[in-house]
Design a protein around this ligand. Sequence first.
Ligand code: ZN
Ligand code: MN
Ligand code: MN
Length: 246
Amino acid sequence: MQIFISNPRGWEVKMPGKDVVSSFARKAKKTGILAVAHMPYLPNLASADKETHGKSVSSLVKNIEACNALGIRYLITHMGSHLGMGKEIGMKNILDAMEEVSGSIGRVCILLENQAGHRNSIGAMVEDLRHIYEKSSLGESHLGFCLDTCHLFAAGYDISRADVLEGIDKTLGLGKVHALHLNDAMFPLGSGRDRHSNIGKGEIGIEGFRTLLNYDGISSKVLILETPEGEWRKGELEALRKAAGR
Ligand code: ZN
Ligand code: MN
Ligand code: MN
């Protein structure tokens, strides 16, 4: 299950109180559900604007602290937008952010999520994710990746092909990919558009997910659906389990 610590479209991050922490732990234990957290959407770690960057880093720190309090290991974040300043500068700002939060990291592992490739966004290419990982001092227990299938497909990676998966594996190391967002894509390969479809109803299709889920170790990772809600929801889980051979 993926949660937001606070309003995904706001800046404020409220620390969970003692009562929340204990009921969260109790429910997690009772249900056996593993929760991961996603950063809110307003922070931009790639921003060159001092104020925005500072606010973004402080949001990341607060989210990390909340995750530590709740016993949540994985915190997923987008890499942000360079807002026209160029990728080099944006990547440098992301790296600075990683260094700035390192003292607060605790037991949390930040997962960088790949992006669809919309204008100025960073992280559509898996090489960019790897670059941040390589240059950061956080190391493998505190930094990894979350792959979004819709974003991969929109960025031109045809994940229904085993050779494409092998290429991604070679660049990232799938061992460092701890979670996947399983979303079908509304638009064709390489569209650059971040529009999720229900599994089997989009351009990737259930055959694509079958290839993916049967690729080395993928089906044992944290798998999250971010697809449109509705009738087909139950069918999606069933179709995915079947495709994974469960
Ligand atoms: Zn995301
Ligand atoms: Mn996603
Ligand atoms: Mn998306």
